[in-house]
Design a protein around this ligand. Structure first.
Ligand code: BGC
Length: 911
């Protein structure tokens, strides 16, 4: 018997190829998601990875098959697409070319690859389903409560309006084969079938510029729909549709508000006998706003009155006679669009690290980390009718109480009123806070750590990078960046998660988006945000520096809007997705023309609204520097940035087949460069304008320096940094975008390393030493005026994350390569750093790089995924032994460097 078992195991190993050298296709994705539900494009794009334990693998051809059922796919019958064998090494975003896809249809697909090591087997079947194409399938109408029925509520977007509860009972017959829910609740919704949530998403759907676009979600709810009686129940919160803070935004701009909450939902049921049924929102639905969520607003908090709980409201058998008939609401004017990016989810839970009593009966709960989300209360003892209040802040004052001065008008207060004496558990639905500390009041006894759980929320996406070095400050920068970046993903990249802004400010992300992409697979979030930016563009071509334009701000300057272009470039470079460039090219072109028209004088861009925002000021209390010697002139910032956008556009024009535009961009760029140098470049000293680091580094890195003068300009940057700033950063949001890479590229990685590892002000290390667990908005965030002093902004990261990956770890795209199909691996090794260990999940698979340099020995282990290659460059003085591994080819052996070309696999370079 034992022999037989052994034989079977061996046979299985042979058949499944689990011998360790299996060649296979894995990680199948449609539109960058695994088995997605509700795809909105008629040409979905397929991606996969090839895996092999044998090095130097290249794909030579692929074949994709698609069918309506799994059976048909496996039998190769009634295929709706068979690509046939396509000779190609591409595995990313291959567009569908089969029969026209059916609205709401479900599709199964598989792929196999031919490689230089043989052919893979067919992949396992994967699936995707389509959204309601062209919107003709919608029978549902928007419903809600078209009046305010609770005392004190005002239709002004500032009240914490009560949540609306909606329900619809329905019956099903036997043989339910598939049930799909199409749903949009504005501002935000939670949906249940027979009391069970339809998904784990929170704060759905994603935000948008509602007058132009309203997103809906699609859920496969087959497992929740059987035979018999059901109830579809939905709670509607305010989100960004109703309710925003403050009433007035920057410069008194009115905050946008779009109307009372409303719901559109349609449940499509398919039976095995071929019949179908729709349960759609109409005025037969029942609604009430007298439920337990008596007030909700993202900025101000949620109030929950357990005495008003509607037990069983989303189950069958509930008596809804006291509820009202739903009102038909006007449809939002925006185009109803299937949501292309995943929703927000709770993706980590934290237990607090300490609870400290205050003398007035309140307690301060410390989560140990500045986080974004909310706190769930577990089995906390409450007293009937005695509200328990939770307030949130990033820091505490000296007396131990919450420091809330920097939250401005945001009230950040959640209140729970128990219906009975005894323990209760609760968490809010339509709110989020940015906080490390929570104050609890209204308790009769001391709470325990286990009474609270921090729920960390952000857009669902994979963490794609890890990074560790021998330097503690760099490790902490990475960790704080990780917390700050994900905490600022709220269906759009936000400036901050805590005070009364939480908006999609463009300037914060122009270069930041590249760095973030190493830590998180943020492709779908950013391509959706580019759509928000386009939806917020004025007919004249102006870009709103807050998009979606909940504050409409058309400055017709360049620095903040550059994020539109840089974001598109990032998606192409990092993820190999050209579509955003194709889609947005005309709007980008219009914007550049607009700037030329209204902001350009003699080829200098004269408009600039924000300067080199948040540079270190001359005194510790200031937010913005008043010192002309430190500040960089607006036209320097906007003209260098405009020049870089013109260069990007020539690249985009080539990619999109708009070559006819190239001469125009080139000509304009040449004129801008000439005028800029004439006006700002001092021929004698090689200084730009008032010789700030920002003015010089932008001119150098964005390509405006006259040929042959680069080294002199660079020396000015080094001198200014070393002499005037004692090796510290002097840049704000603009200069910092180029600083770390610029210093390194021109040969001074040691100065970049010094800046990255400083502990004294101004530096990232200074922030940590003062207790920061995220990145501050201001270099002097511990002392500056609270009027603008968030503890969780990511813009001051500049290009440091890119520098960590590209320069310290040597994980970089080869010039012209995208998505790391071909890498350029040249780690820069600053004095004082002895170890770097980095990994990044690229679209082709995991790339890793770990080097150690100690006592004269150097060891570098790298892995690059199948179907990629790399040029590896190392200085000769490291005395590298040429590796004997297969697949290593010397391409250059100069006096200073060794250059190797390698295929996929793992390699070790050592001396
Ligand atoms: C935001 C910034 C933003 C800036 C622009 C601030 O209030 O928080 O991050 O970019 O305004 O003026």
């Amino acid at each position: 018997m034992r022999n037989i078992t052994f034989f079977i195991v061996l046979l299985l190993l042979l058949v499944t190829g689990c011998g360790g050298d299996a060649l296979k296709v894995t990680s199948l994705k449609v539109e960058m998601q695994e088995n997605p539900v509700g795809i909105g494009t008629e040409t979905p794009r397929f991606s996969w990875q090839v895996e092999s334990a044998v090095p130097d693998l290249l794909q030579e051809a692929y074949q994709i098959q698609v069918a309506r059922t799994k059976r048909d796919l496996l039998q190769e019958e009634k295929l709706v697409w068979d690509s046939g064998t396509i000779g190609s090494d591409e595995t990313i975003l291959i567009p569908y070319e089969g029969e026209r896809l059916v609205s709401g249809g479900e599709y199964f697909w598989r792929v196999k690859a031919t490689t230089n090591q043989g052919e893979t087997k067919w992949s396992e079947p994967n699936l995707w389903s389509m959204a309601l194409l062209d919107n003709s399938g919608w029978q549902a109408v928007w419903i809600g409560e078209d009046s305010l029925s609770n005392p004190g509520e005002k239709d002004d977007g500032l009240t914490r309006l009560a949540a609306r509860y909606l329900r619809k009972p329905f019956e099903t017959k036997a043989g339910v084969e598939r049930a799909v829910l199409y749903i949009s609740g504005q501002g935000a919704y939670e949906a249940y079938i027979n009391d069970k949530p339809v998904s784990d998403d929170v704060l759905a759907p994603t935000v948008s510029w509602y007058p132009n676009r309203v997103y809906y979600n699609v859920y496969d709810v087959t497992s929740l729909v059987g035979r018999g009686s059901h109830v579809l129940g939905v709670v509607l919160g305010n989100g960004r549709y109703f309710g925003m803070r403050p009433r007035k935004g920057p410069e008194g701009i009115e905050t946008m508000m779009f109307g009372l909450p409303r719901l559109l939902a349609q449940l499509e049921i398919e039976y095995s006998d071929g019949t179908t049924e729709s349960i759609a929102t109409d005025n037969s639905w029942k609604i009430t706003s007298k439920g337990p969520i008596i007030a909700n607003n993202e900025f101000d908090g949620e109030e929950y009155d357990a005495r008003l709980e509607l037990a069983g409201w989303s189950s069958t058998g509930y008596d809804d006679t006291s509820w009202n008939q739903a009102d038909i609401m006007s449809a939002p004017t925006g185009e109803l669009t299937p949501q292309p990016n995943p929703n927000i989810r709770v993706q980590e839970e934290l237990t607090p690290v300490a609870i400290t009593p205050l003398h007035d009966g309140k307690y301060i709960v410390d989560m140990g980390q500045n986080m974004v989300g909310w706190v769930k209360v577990n089995q906390l003892n409450g007293k009937k009718d005695q509200p328990i209040t939770l307030r949130f802040a990033e820091t505490i004052k000296e007396d131990g109480s919450l420091y809330m001065d920097n939250l401005r008008t945001a009230k950040v207060t959640d209140i729970y009123t128990p219906a009975a004496d005894g323990p209760f558990s609760w968490e809010p639905s339509f709110v989020f806070h940015g906080f490390r500390f929570m104050e609890v009041s209204g308790l009769d006894q001391e709470p325990k750590l286990s009474n609270f759980t921090g729920k960390v929320i952000y857009d669902l996406m994979e963490t794609s990078g890890e990074f560790e070095t021998s330097n503690e400050i760099i490790n902490q920068t990475f960790k704080n960046a990780y917390w700050g970046i994900r905490g600022n993903y709220r269906g759009m990249p936000t400036d901050c998660p805590q005070r009364d802004e939480r908006q999609g400010w463009l300037g914060d992300r122009a270069t930041g988006c590249f760095g973030e992409a190493f830590l998180f697979n943020n492709a779908l979030l950013y391509s959706k945000w580019l759509q928000d930016i386009e939806d917020s563009q004025s007919p004249e071509g102006s870009i709103s520096v807050v998009s979606p334009k909940f504050w409409t701000i058309y400055n017709d300057d360049v620095t903040w809007p550059s994020a539109y272009f840089y974001g598109a470039k990032m998606l192409w470079q990092q993820f190999g997705d050209k579509e955003p460039i194709m889609k947005h090219y005309p709007s980008m072109k219009r914007y550049l023309e607009r700037i030329q028209e209204v902001s350009m004088q003699d080829f200098i861009i004269i408009k600039d609204r924000y300067g080199d925002w948040c540079m270190p000021p001359e005194s510790q209390e200031l937010i913005h520097s008043q010192d002309p010697a430190r500040k960089t002139a607006g036209p320097v910032l906007s003209t260098t940035m405009y020049y870089s956008l013109l260069n990007l556009m020539t690249e985009f024009a080539t990619l999109t087949g708009n070559e006819q535009d190239i001469p125009g961009y080139e000509e304009l760029a040449a004129k801008v460069k000439e005028a800029y140098n004439k006006r700002f470049f001092d021929q004698e000293t090689a200084r730009y304008d008032n010789n700030t680091v920002t003015a010089n580094i932008l001119s150098l890195q964005l390509g405006l320096v006259p040929e042959g003068r680069e080294a002199e300009v660079f020396n000015n940057i080094v001198e200014k940094t070393e002499v005037d700033c004692n090796g510290h950063v002097s840049a704000g949001v603009l200069g910092i975008q180029q600083l770390m890479r610029g210093l390194t590229e021109h040969g001074n990685v040691d100065l970049a390393y010094k800046i990255a590892t400083n502990r004294t002000y101004p530096s990232w290390g200074y922030m940590f030493d003062k207790g920061a667990t995220t990145i501050w908005e201001l270099w002097n965030g511990d002392t500056a005026d609270p009027a603008m002093n968030s503890g969780n902004h990511v813009m001051l990261l500049g290009d440091v994350l890119i520098w960590l990956y590209e320069d310290l770890a040597g994980i970089k795209n080869y010039p012209g390569s995208t998505a790391y199909k071909k890498l350029w691996m040249e780690p820069k090794i600053p004095d004082g750093l002895s170890h770097v260990n980095a990994s990044y999940d690229s679209p082709y698979g995991e790339i890793s790089s770990e080097w150690r340099k100690e006592n004269g020995s150097f060891n570098w282990n790298i892995t690059i995924p199948a179907n990629t290659s790399a040029i590896v460059k190392l200085p000769r003085d490291l005395n590298i032994l040429i590796p004997s591994e297969e697949g290593v080819r010397i391409v250059n052996d100069s006096d200073d460097y060794f250059e190797f070309e390698i295929g996929s696999g793992s390699y070790r370079f050592t001396n």
